[in-house]
Design a protein around this ligand. Structure first.
Ligand SMILES: [Zn+2]
Length: 387
């Protein structure tokens, strides 16, 4: 048995207006200081006011939110007693909102150990709205929350199905001002979600179509969103792609690019999308070598040569490298500006973290410790792995 989960999704360039129709009394907005500065928090509060909902703001979420940040937000929720929680921002803000909401309703829970096996009480006090302002993490469509244990220097991939937002508001006007660098990083994250969802061991018929569509949208619209950020069509389609890919991997899983990407993000402080997207072609070459993959089907769907699996996999890897070049996306760790000595010093930790990451287990080909070391090494130098 398997359950397909989805929030109610409101999308389009006027989606934010939907806030004027919700029922409730008090909303607690979890966000970061940029969202205040850009006026997005105000926009949300004005819409809520139309619905006669008062609101409070916690704008202290940092990139890679820590357990401490989550606990601080939850403590303020306890004081304010909201009946809506709103996560507004990129993945960090939405993930912090999810975990803080869980702590608000379950004060005795351990935020570092939120997992699908435990039973939590949710929706007795509040419901959750996620409003993404980047086209990347897909957190608005999943029950995952990625937090950072700052003491261990480690990212924690946590979650439980109850954490799925009730409502996702996918309004692309919030992404119009994103700088090209962030557009590229987050867009490559979307592509990685889609390809890993389609090829991981928990892939399924319900998620497959979503993964293929998201892949197609990224190939088609990311170059324009990157080069011409004011292109409303490209922004709208990339914002859709992000949520669609979130639904795909939220109902399947991911793979090795995310295990390695989470590790590099925590150890070498590389942004999430820049990290996972960098590893994607290497992981595909490694995984295709083990057989049993479906890269050829994806290649066929996006009109690349795909006579057989090997040809399709190679064509898809090349298309990803070409797309990376178009959006000036680094394709090696060295190209990120990380010195050889720093990399060598970090390597044991990079491997150990990736080995401990649960996404490792959903990759079609299992990567043992020596495989991981080899993959990181190839990715450092930018060397292709032979099929
Ligand atoms: Zn990701």
């Amino acid at each position: 048995m398997w359950i397909f989960n989805s929030p109610k999704v409101v999308f389009g360039d006027d989606a934010l207006e939907h806030l004027e129709n919700i029922q409730g009394h008090r909303a607690f907005i979890v966000t970061d200081s940029n969202m205040v500065q850009f006026g997005f928090v105000k926009q949300v509060q004005q819409r809520l006011a139309v619905a006669h909902i008062e609101s409070a703001v916690f704008a202290e979420v940092e990139p890679n939110p820590s357990l401490q940040t989550v606990l601080r937000a939850a403590a303020q929720m306890v004081e304010y007693q909201p009946d809506w929680i709103i996560g507004l921002g990129g993945g960090s803000a939405m993930d912090a909102a999810k975990a803080a909401w869980l702590m608000y309703e379950n004060p005795d829970a351990d935020p570092a150990a939120i997992n699908p096996m435990d039973v939590y009480t949710l929706r007795e006090k509040a419901r959750l709205i996620a409003i993404p302002t980047t086209s990347g993490t897909g957190s608005e469509a999943t029950w995952v929350t990625v937090l950072t244990d700052t003491e261990l220097g480690m990212k924690l991939g946590l979650g439980t199905p109850e954490l799925l937002p009730d409502l996702a508001i996918v309004d692309s006007t919030l992404t119009m001002g994103l700088p090209p660098r962030i557009t590229a990083d987050t867009g490559m994250d979307v592509l990685t979600h889609a390809i890993e969802a389609y090829t991981c061991t928990l892939r399924n018929d319900f998620a497959d179509g979503l993964a293929l569509k998201a892949t197609e949208l990224v190939f088609k619209y990311l170059p324009t969103a990157y080069a011409t950020g004011s292109d409303a069509e490209a922004r709208l389609r990339m914002h859709s792609a992000s949520t669609i890919a979130g639904l795909a991997f939220g109902n399947a899983m991911l793979g090795l690019s995310h295990a390695m990407g989470h590790s590099m993000g925590a150890v070498l402080h590389v942004p999430h999308g820049r990290s996972v997207g960098l590893f994607l072609p290497y992981v595909m070459e490694f995984t295709a070598n083990g057989g049993g993959t479906r890269y050829g089907e994806i290649a066929h769907f996006v009109h690349l040569p795909a006579d057989d699996e090997e040809v399709g996999a190679a064509a898809l890897v090349q298309a990803i490298r070409d797309l990376s070049a178009q959006v000036n996306f680094a394709t090696s760790i060295k190209a990120l500006g990380i010195e050889r000595a720093a990399f060598d010093q970090a390597l044991p930790k990079l491997v150990a973290n990736a080995e401990a990451d649960n996404q490792l287990f959903f990759n079609q080909r299992y990567a043992a410790k020596n495989d991981l070391a080899r993959l990181f090494e190839y990715a450092y130098e930018g060397r292709s792995i032979d099929f």
